[in-house]
Design a protein around this ligand. Structure first.
Ligand SMILES: C[S@@+](CC[C@H](N)C(=O)[O-])C[C@H]1O[C@@H](n2cnc3c(N)ncnc32)[C@H](O)[C@@H]1O
Length: 250
């Protein structure tokens, strides 16, 4: 039973709530436009984690069938528990060996997943399960536009704790693989064409992470934004302990 991602990298709830915030009411047209789900489509999400994108798409485009797959067992159990709708299913499976026949889906999409999986099986498998004329959407995040918050310099005590947590972190099976298949946007057409895809387009769009005091967001969103930050901190401690249980004192 593989729970590497949820145990060491990002817990299911961290992913669910932060993505829920990104795919919010104000940004929803951007996502719907870029994913391009159409009524009647049979859709597959690769690396769906707790399933927030599947839930959102089903909510906004009700007449679709959507399946989310993820290698992490805990992510998929969470996704199943959160699903009330029919027409949404979640399967614990490896993107490099999908448990589906050929020519089944109108659309395959993924968000921040292609960076972590070898290109050949990642693209070949989606090509295989897509119908003739089907579409693949590969969404990634370009980090260069982040603005560093200069007000939060890390203290020596904090730095010491981080170093202690990561010392002897040999247990983390992902540490050396994370993000190693990341591509520059110029590489996408070449790679996709190599695996049979045609008419490849590359687009960039911006999603703003609002600060809680931004006047454009509701009080409810502001509180959730603060709570998500708190949750990240708590989860970071838990993950540090999972990696190296002797790292931190109570
Ligand atoms: C950065 S997370 C993104 C999750 C989700 N797309 C989101 O944005 O919330 C990467 C996800 O890919 C999954 N993953 C990694 N390797 C995988 C594989 N070979 N097959 C299926 N899922 C995989 C991880 O378990 C994790 O849930």
């Amino acid at each position: 039973m593989n729970v590497n991602w949820s145990k060491y990298i990002q817990t299911t709830e961290e992913l669910y709530r932060s993505r829920d915030m990104r795919f919010n009411e104000q940004n929803k047209e951007i996502w719907l436009n870029v994913i391009g789900a159409k009524s009647g489509d049979n859709i597959l999400e690769i690396g769906c984690a707790g399933g927030v994108f599947c839930h959102k798409l089903k909510q906004y485009v009700p007449n679709i069938s959507i399946t989310g797959v993820d290698l992490d067992f805990a992510h998929i159990e969470y996704a199943k528990a959160k699903s009330k709708e029919t027409g949404v299913q979640f399967i614990n499976a490896d993107a490099t060996s999908l448990p589906f026949g050929d020519n089944l889906f109108d659309l395959c999409y993924s968000y921040t997943v292609s960076e972590h999986i070898p290109h050949e099986p990642f693209f070949k498998e989606q090509y295989r399960v897509l119908k003739n004329g089907g579409r693949i959407v590969v969404l990634s995040v370009r980090k260069n536009l982040c603005v560093k918050n200069i007000a939060t310099n890390i203290s020596e005590t904090e730095q010491g704790l981080i170093e202690k947590a990561w010392s002897n972190a040999g247990e983390n099976p992902f540490a050396s693989n994370l993000g190693i298949y990341e591509m520059d946007e110029h590489d996408y057409p070449k790679q996709l064409e190599k695996y049979g895809f045609k008419d490849v387009n590359v687009n960039m769009f911006t999603i703003v992470d609002y600060a809680p005091d931004n006047y454009l967001i509701s009080d409810e969103m502001a509180v959730e934004q603060i709570n998500i930050q708190r949750m990240h901190s708590i989860c970071s401690v838990q993950k540090a302990l999972n990696i190296n249980s002797g790292a931190l004192s109570k």
